[in-house]
Design a binder for this molecule. Structure first.
Ligand SMILES: NC(=O)c1ccc[n+]([C@@H]2O[C@H](COP(=O)([O-])OP(=O)(O)OC[C@H]3O[C@@H](n4cnc5c(N)ncnc54)[C@H](O)[C@@H]3O)[C@@H](O)[C@H]2O)c1
Length: 333
């Protein structure tokens, strides 16, 4: 087939971030191969099926021939790969246990990196998480070179994956906590979940109301990830960026106030229970991505909350409490 369209691979392309990234890459004129085991179904990919620039391979990133087998022989070699597949979030990692979490998040990353190198793929882009920092010390915002202090198995697996990738010149983004709607929306993320609970149950049960987190809209994350294709070159010495926005730093209580502004009939109960989860109190610096890559988030948390409320009001997601919209039964609140 003769075409000069560039080809990109997205592992985890059926997921929350991956499905929206795939849509945007196709929109921008790339050819996209998605690799995914469809842990949460494949409905998020249905709209792409008739697109001649889309190819799907139901395969597992732990498989040593996964990438080679997934690629179409009549397409040009991919020049970039976004590695998003994995067991995502601390509850899901905790649920599957230490060995399995390391297998899917660390060994699989090494495996896909090695296969990418063999195939000569130029750009390897990875989505890590700001939870690798654990907490901010003395209220100082964490930067890319701040010490790492993981509070969960999930964060530990992300650090191990980064340690494999950074020396190999991969591009690593440490994402803030996402919110907003995508073809595979997740309702186990704080903002989306608070809106869902307020909308469906009219009540919110909030633990650790004063904890600070950093939030970013899923569409802004896509814009940030895409900068890896266009704005990064050899002069950027270390390809490691926090991805989020200074405007996205809020306490849980502030998020609750924004949710009840739109859903005022909500009853809120606060509890201060400590449990063995990922209880990070953190503010993050996004100076590096702003200055080096010119990243600027466009969506505010308030707009994101409005979007989720409207999606639910319109009934666009039929069973938002269904297990397919959360990565683990465990509720993070
Ligand atoms: N959503 C967030 O707030 C957030 C924050 C920081 C980092 N991240 C990272 O971004 C990436 C994507 O996150 P998401 O929220 O879209 O998660 P998601 O769970 O919605 O998507 C992950 C996708 O990977 C697929 N998958 C899982 N194991 C696989 C395997 N072995 N082989 C092939 N496919 C497999 C799943 O079927 C799913 O479609 C993850 O690496 C995650 O750690 C997400």
């Amino acid at each position: 087939m003769t075409t000069d369209k560039q080809h990109i691979v997205v592992t985890g392309g059926a997921g929350y971030i991956g499905s929206l990234l795939t849509a945007q890459l196709l929109h921008l004129g790339y050819r996209v191969t998605v690799i995914d085991t469809l842990l949460f179904g494949g409905e998020s990919l249905l709209t792409f099926l008739s697109n001649p620039d889309f190819h799907f391979s139901k395969s597992d990133v732990t498989d040593s021939r996964c990438l080679k087998n997934a690629l179409r022989r009549d397409w040009p070699k991919p020049f970039a790969l976004f590695h998003l597949a994995g067991i995502v979030g601390f509850p899901a990692c905790q649920a599957i246990g230490n060995q399995a979490a390391n297998f899917y998040n660390v060994d699989a990353t090494k495996n896909i990196l090695e296969q990418s190198k063999t195939l000569g793929i130029e750009k390897f882009i990875f989505s890590s998480t700001y939870s690798v920092y654990g907490m901010s010390l003395n209220g100082v915002s964490v930067k890319e070179d701040s010490p790492l202090n993981p509070q969960s198995l999930y964060a530990e697996t992300k650090i191990k994956a980064e340690e494999i990738l950074l020396p190999a010149k991969a591009i690593v983004f440490r994402l803030a906590t996402l919110y907003g709607i995508s073809p595979r929306t997740r309702f186990d993320l704080i903002i989306n979940q608070f809106v869902l609970d307020a909308f469906t149950k009219r009540e919110l049960l909030i633990y650790q109301r004063g904890y600070t987190r950093s939030f970013v809209h899923v569409r802004d994350v896509i814009d940030g990830l895409l900068l890896a294709l266009t704005s990064l070159d050899e002069k950027n010495d270390q390809h490691l960026y926090n991805l989020g926005t200074e405007d996205g730093t809020f306490t849980k209580d502030q998020i609750v106030q924004m949710v009840i502004k739109r859903l005022p009939d909500t009853f809120v109960e606060y509890k201060d229970l400590t449990f063995g989860g990922d209880m990070r109190d953190i503010s993050v610096s996004f100076e590096k991505i702003t200055h080096e890559l010119g990243f600027k988030a466009k969506v505010s948390v308030d707009e994101g909350i409005k979007e989720v409320v409207n999606t639910l009001r319109l009934g666009l997601i039929r069973e938002p409490n269904h297990i397919r919209y959360r990565n683990s039964q465990f509720i993070v609140s």
